[in-house]
Design a protein around this ligand. Structure first.
Ligand code: ZN
Ligand code: ZN
Length: 235
């Protein structure tokens, strides 16, 4: 109770202080959440028109990862929610996001027999400035819910990537692939893993997940999936 007064619980979407009856979202936001439904791309999980199995992007591209899911559409509300989570000290949102990921995809995580949750790493300089890695927080919460170990000691981000905006898709991916490595300590240890899930906050072009997947695949992991909080609309 006293903690609630000092650090009131807030709505994950709009940041308003919650009443006793409200758990993660205020009553105004509850109805406005845009969950990704069943009509989504079988590979990247972005929403698609009902007749389509794959989005335009996935019809064209081969990927190192098998498939993945996201919980919410990255709309205006989720954009501000994620920005408060990452840049304005609302790390507690991770519990809500992870719970949503688990409610919707906990069964799937078990079905594919994932052996580890691997958060997308951030460069150590960014870690120092921000004080945490948002993907790590999500993976830790998800690990507690699912019992699948979260392993932040596998992938390393070795350099701050160039600004991605001016690059073409292909250059962007090449640039990113060089930014991820298997940590030298773990080079031999976990090679027996067959299936892992990459965890991140937002899936947009998919190049980050793809870059991590290629590194993990080269290392010997056979099946790589991903799970994110939000995803953009497909083109
Ligand atoms: Zn709200
Ligand atoms: Zn797709």
């Amino acid at each position: 109770m006293i903690l609630d007064m000092l650090y009131p619980r807030r709505c994950t979407v709009c940041d308003r202080v919650l009443s006793m009856q409200e758990q993660y979202y205020c009553k105004n936001c509850t109805g406005t959440l845009r969950y990704i439904g069943k009509e989504s791309c079988m590979k990247c999980g972005k929403p698609v028109d009902c007749q389509e199995e794959y989005c335009t992007d996935c019809k064209k591209k081969k990927t190192a990862f098998r498939s993945g899911h996201s919980v919410f559409l990255y709309d205006t509300s989720m954009r501000s929610s994620i920005s408060r989570f990452k840049y304005h000290g609302r790390q507690e949102y991770a519990a809500c996001y992870a719970r949503e990921m688990y409610i919707r995809y906990g069964g799937w995580m078990k079905e594919i027999q994932a052996e580890a949750l691997i958060p997308v790493p951030v460069h150590k300089e960014r870690y120092r400035v921000r004080g945490f890695n948002q993907a790590e927080l999500l993976a830790e919460h998800l690990s507690r819910l699912s019992g699948i170990p979260a392993r932040k000691d596998i992938l390393l981000r070795v350099k701050n990537t160039l600004p991605q905006k001016e690059l073409t898709d292909k250059e962007r991916l090449e640039n990113l692939c060089q930014a991820f490595q298997i940590t030298s300590l773990q080079e031999k240890l976990y090679k027996y893993w067959k299936c892992v899930i990459i965890i991140d906050d937002i899936y947009t072009t998919g190049s980050t997940v793809e870059a991590c997947s290629r590194v993990l695949k080269n290392w010997g992991v056979e099946e790589i999936y991903f799970l994110c909080v939000c995803t953009g609309q497909s083109d």
